[in-house]
Design a protein. Sequence first.
Lengths: 257, 249
Amino acid sequence: MGAGHSHQLYRPGDTLVHRLPPQCKLAAVAAFALVVVATPREWLWAFGIYAVLLGVVASAARVPPGFVLRRMMIELPFVVFAVALPFIGFGERVPFLGVTLSVEGLWAAWNILAKATLGVVASVLLAATTEPRLMLLGAQRLRLPPLLVQIAMFMLRYMDVIVDEMRRMRVARESRGFTARDVRHIPAVAKSAGALFIRSYERGERVHLAMLSRGYTGSMPVIQDLSASSRQWLTAGMLPGAALVVLLGTTLVNGGL
Amino acid sequence: MTASLEVRRLAYAYPDGTQALFGVDFEIARGERVALLGPNGAGKTTLVMHLNGILTPGHGTVTVAGLPVGKESLKEIRRRVGLVFQDPDDQLFMPTVREDVAFGPANLGLRGPELRRRVEEALDRVGMLEAIDRPPHHLSFGQRRRVAVATVLAMEPEILVLDEPSSNLDPASRRELAEILRGLDVTVLMVTHDLPYALELCERALVLSGGVIAADGPTAKILADSDLLAAHRLELPYGFALPRAEHSP
């Protein structure tokens, strides 16, 4: 049995950030992302302060920079796209190391990079300090439809089981001399995928029977008390709050000039 | 005293017309441990599905501690009949052991300290209390099966119904589970074709074959009757023999 793919993002700990109820953290990260996105790209130092704010959260949660950096790989496709922009952008161009770059493209690239990076780091910190299942319970408290929460919960539980099944099917294929090398092998792989789908579907039926046998009537009983105190909401609100102060402050200063 | 489980003239045909049960009759007294033996395809699983109302009988009745299984009594029936499925991965669907064991009693309306007590007690009875906050998929197969037993014990059932409890267990896990089952103070119906396991745990055995009860008696006597076993595709493992009962009928 795998070591649990779903836990690679989570970093167990017992810090102030870890202890905050998940719904507070989810709301805080969403609000922070909104503030970041609403910040005009020219306000370079505001982004600097946002980064510092995230640094403070990371150190409070005792999440080391290397941990965050490795998990930022998910941003890579955006980075590639952003890097291309100065080369393909229109408008005024500036020379740089023998090539000319579009000024507009540079700004667009910076905009994407800065905002995406801040958003990704905030999400990585959220995931590093919140167990996946608690994240779902938090989402449920934020009024995410219970059906979606249940589906996500089962995905969390059965991911390893299904990945394991998939691995066994691959081993069985390869034990009989099959290796997927080119397009001609796609049909065999596709059939395995279909078989895997049917197996998972049948498992779903059996799980449903097991749930019925224990009195399931359509909704999951909420077992864990996840209520948040106003103090916890306030603590979680410090991150987007501080970011909002920076945004509004800068707006005032710029408006006053 | 009312029996824990009473099955009368139970017949069932699947929607596609395949008749699986042709009038099954038996009764299990409170506190008994009974093995339900039968070859593959004898209708064992179909019978089990009737015991807690997942399938509705085409004909006949199932009564659990005096309460007939029916649409109105379903909730109480499912509390009284604790079904342990063959694959613990089907039974354990919640992210942690604690939540999984709490699922049943929480559906019965239990909350707070009472719920907590039920969960801890049930896990303690199967010796899995230390795994309470672990995700089920990090446990060994034998541990998962024990947790699966705890999930139904937490509902304080009248009767525990186990579907192939010994399947896929290594000998040590098999023995541990046997010790746990023997220590439980609850009526047990164990569906299996692991005959030595039935002999070890159950004083009485039923043979289900071709959709009817073909034999009902002391396990040792049934397992010693090699003609009966052969007639119903049941076989003792190689090297395993029971002395024929001295005054067999």
